[in-house]
Ligand binder design. Sequence first.
Ligand SMILES: [Zn+2]
Length: 330
Amino acid sequence: MYPLDLSFPELCGITIALDALELRILTYQCTLASDATVWGIGLHTGARVRLRLTPAPANTGIVFRRIDLEGFIIEARAKNVARVSYATSLMKKGVLISTTEHLLSALAAAGVDNGFIDIDNLEVPILDGSALPFYRLIQWAGIKQQRARRTYVQVLRPVEVVEGNRRVSVFPAKRLRITYGIAFSHPLIGEQSMEFVPQDGGYEAEIAPARTFGFLQEAEMLRSSGLIRGGSLENAVVLTREGMMNPEGLRFPDEFCRHKILDLVGDLALLGHPLIGHVVAERAGHAMHYALVSRLLRERSAWTLVDGDDAERQPPAGRPRQLAAAVARR
Ligand SMILES: [Zn+2]
C-alpha cells in the first residue's frame, strides 16, 4: 500500500513481539535487543546522516550521542528542547539534534524506554516523512525486557494550554488516549479528527505510515529561512492550492490528522515517562505539544508517578471532556 525503499534484513532475534507491546501498560522497562543502523538525509539541513540505535541500561532513557562531536550526549527530555516550530529540536550547551519527533514517536510506540541514538550530524534523517521506517528499524533490532520497573506519569487533574483557537489538554484516564482535531481550509484536508488508543494496537498500520505535510506556497519562505533543504516529494506530502503534487496520492484520506497524532506521540516522549491520560488536541502542533509537556512538568500536583501494576489498579479520576464535534475553520 505504501512502498518503502528499505532493505532491512528479515526480522530476527526479537525477544518480545512488537505488536504485543505498543504502548501497553508494562511492568518492566525495555531496551533494544541489538544495534540497527539507517542512512538518510535531514529534512531541514539536507545533510546526509547515519543513525544507529543501540541498547542502553535501565533508567537511561532515550539519549542522543553526536558521534561527530566525540559522542556528546543530549537526553531526549523536555529540559533540552530548543526549538519547536517546524520540528522538535533538542539542544544542550549549543549542540543541536533536530527533527527528533518521528523517531521518538516510533520508539515510544514500540515501548522502548532506554536506548542510545548515535548520529553523525545535527538532524535525524527524514526517510519517507513518516515514522514507519523507524518502526521497522526497531522491529529489526528487536526489543528486550529489562529488570527495572517502568514508571508512568499518571494525570490526576486536567492541565490545559490555550493559544487563540489552538488548544491542547490532558485529562485523567485509565490509559493513554489521544483525540486530535485539525482544520485547514484546503480541499484535501478541511476538518479532520481522530481518536487513537495506543493500547488497542494499530500504531504500525494506522499512525506510523502517515507522512509529514507542507504547503507549496510556504516552501520558498521556508527555504529562504534555511529550512526544508532536504524536502522533496519522497519525504513529504506537498500541497498546492487545490490539490497535491505527490503522484502516488495519500496513504489515508485523513493522513494529515494521523501525522499530527504521530508527532504528538513523539513530543509526549519528552516527559521522560510514558503518559497515562487523555490528551485532547485541537489545531495544535509541536509548539503546543511542548507547551503541554512543560506545563505538566511544572504543575507537579497534577500528576503522580506510578508503576505499571499500580496503573492497572487505579480507576480513572475523572471523565475527559469530549472534543468539540465541529472544529471551526481557520
Ligand atoms: Zn511530523
